[in-house]
Every structure is written in C-alpha cells, then in structure tokens.
Write a protein that binds this ligand. Structure first.
Ligand SMILES: [Zn+2]
Ligand SMILES: [Zn+2]
Length: 286
C-alpha cells in the first residue's frame, strides 16, 4: 500500500518537475512552457499586456480615459467593465485566431485569462463594496449570481459556427461555479461601431438586442436559489438583491454593445422585484 502511494507521489512530482515540450499555440516555437496558462510558451506569456490596475474605474481601461468622464455617461446601464488585457497587436492576432479562424485551442487559454480578470474584479469589489452606482447589500460578500454573454446574430453564428463570447462565458461560469444563462438574442446586425459618432452609435444600438423568452424565468429561479442560500448561510430573512449578472464579451471598444445588452437585462427588475446590477467582463479592452 505504502509503496504504491509512494510511487504515485513520485510519479506526480516527476510530472510537475518535467519541463513540458510542446509547440506554442501563439508563436509556433517549441521550448520552455509556462504552467500558468495552457498552450503558450514563456516568451509569449511574458508579453501579455495584462491590465492589473485599471486607470479608469468605469470602463477598466489600463490607460487614462477621457471617454467616461463625459457628461451623460453616468446613465449607462452597467456598473463597470473589467478586461483581462489591453488589445495590442499580439492580442489582436490571438483573437483573430480564435474568433475568425476558429482555432479552438485558444478557448482554454482565453478562459483562463478571463478567470484572472474575474479574480481581480472579485477582490476589488470585495474591498469597495460601495461601488458608485451600485447598491450595498447588507454585509454580504460581493458575488455574482449568473453569467451571460453578448449574443451574435444567426447569420454570424452560421458563418463562424460558434459564438465566441458564449464559449468564454460558459467556460468561465464553470470555473467560478456560477450558473450560465443564455439571456439575450441579437435581432439584427450592426456595422462597425468604432468609426461612428457617439450619437450614431446609440441610435444604431436601438432594438439590436432582446431578451430570450425563458431568460427572465431562469433568472428568477436562480434568484430563488440565492434567497435559499442567504437564508441558510446568513440567517437573513429575505434576499433583496442586488441580483448581479456578469456579462461576457470578447472585446470592449466603446461600451455601446455592453450597454445595450445591460439595458435589456435590467428590464428584468420588475419581475425579480429587486435591483439587477450588470458587471461586464471582457477579454480585451481596446
Ligand atoms: Zn510562444
Ligand atoms: Zn473609461
């Protein structure tokens, strides 16, 4: 028995110490690999432009942000956005490989990167429970209750064969043990947003997203479960929210897509009879 356990342990240690020789997903070189993230070499890992401390509280930008201090933006329907990385040329290439060339090997890598961003957001949120614009919920630790994603149109889905944001959201939801709910549908296409004026973008987003028919009911059942947990863990009598939804997309550019989705999600408030807060988590911030 003992020798069996011992050889198992040695085998395990051996695996841990053994240098992994694989081909790097990103640069194609064989060499020294990192255990921090799946599929990429140390050199590529070192070049990742992580956003560790966002300069802009609202949109999670790593550099100074003139956008979010403009008047009118306080009416956005989401609390904040956080992104794992800055969208530089290397990250652009990774996303292109995953999204447009359908290289599925990128999915686990991007999901792990999202998990890091989520961990930072979780830590940050638990330090500053009184986020501007968010409602304090007694002394409950900050947590999200459901994960959902920005939908693509049926046309895009056919083209790509998958919804890149949904795959990331489902993977992250599994890792953080929060239910994934498909809540939204995209009712029509929009042209590229980044070249348009703010007013045009807002106008463009009207009616693009809608709620799926059974989405709100699914949220309601999750909130009932949350209420049950609150009762058993905290002895609190009633879960009054806020009900927090983590909205996932691959990239945050102007925030107009996230905002349009958040607007639709917040329409669940009357049904849920509690405030619904939307937190956006995106893989990259452009
Ligand atoms: Zn590499
Ligand atoms: Zn900003």
């Amino acid at each position: 028995m003992i020798s069996n356990a011992f050889s198992h342990l040695i085998g395990h240690m051996h695996r841990l110490l053994k240098p992994i020789d694989e081909t790097c997903l990103a640069c194609g070189k064989t060499g020294s690999f990192t255990r921090e993230l799946p599929g990429i070499c140390r050199a590529c890992y070192r070049n990742i432009p992580w956003i560790m401390k966002p300069k802009c509280w609202r949109c999670g930008r790593g550099i100074g942000c003139p956008d979010c201090i403009r008047p009118g933006l306080n009416h956005r329907s989401f609390i904040l956005n956080r992104s794992a990385v800055t969208y530089d040329t290397q990250m652009r290439e990774w996303l292109a490989q995953y999204k447009y060339r359908g290289n599925e090997r990128y999915a686990p890598l991007l999901i792990e990167m999202m998990l890091r961003a989520y961990t930072l957001l979780h830590r940050e949120a638990n330090i500053h429970l009184d986020y501007k614009g968010s409602r304090k919920s007694s002394n409950m630790p900050w947590s999200v209750h459901a994960v959902t994603s920005v939908p693509v149109s049926g046309e895009r889905l056919q083209e790509r064969g998958f919804n890149q944001a949904e795959v990331l959201a489902q993977g992250l939801a599994l890792r953080i043990k929060v239910p994934y709910v498909q809540m939204l549908e995209r009712r029509r296409h929009t042209d590229k947003q980044s070249f348009k004026s703010r007013m045009d973008r807002l106008k463009d987003m009207e009616g693009v997203f809608g709620a799926l028919q059974d989405g709100p009911d699914m949220l309601l059942s999750i909130s009932n479960q949350a209420a049950e947990q609150t009762r058993s863990q905290m002895g609190a009598s009633l879960f009054k929210g806020p009900f927090r939804i983590l909205l996932i997309d691959d990239i945050y550019t102007t925030g107009s897509t996230i905002n349009a989705c958040a607007q639709v999600l917040r329409r669940c408030e009357p049904l849920m009879e509690m405030p619904v807060e939307i937190y956006s988590l995106t893989w990259a911030r452009s």
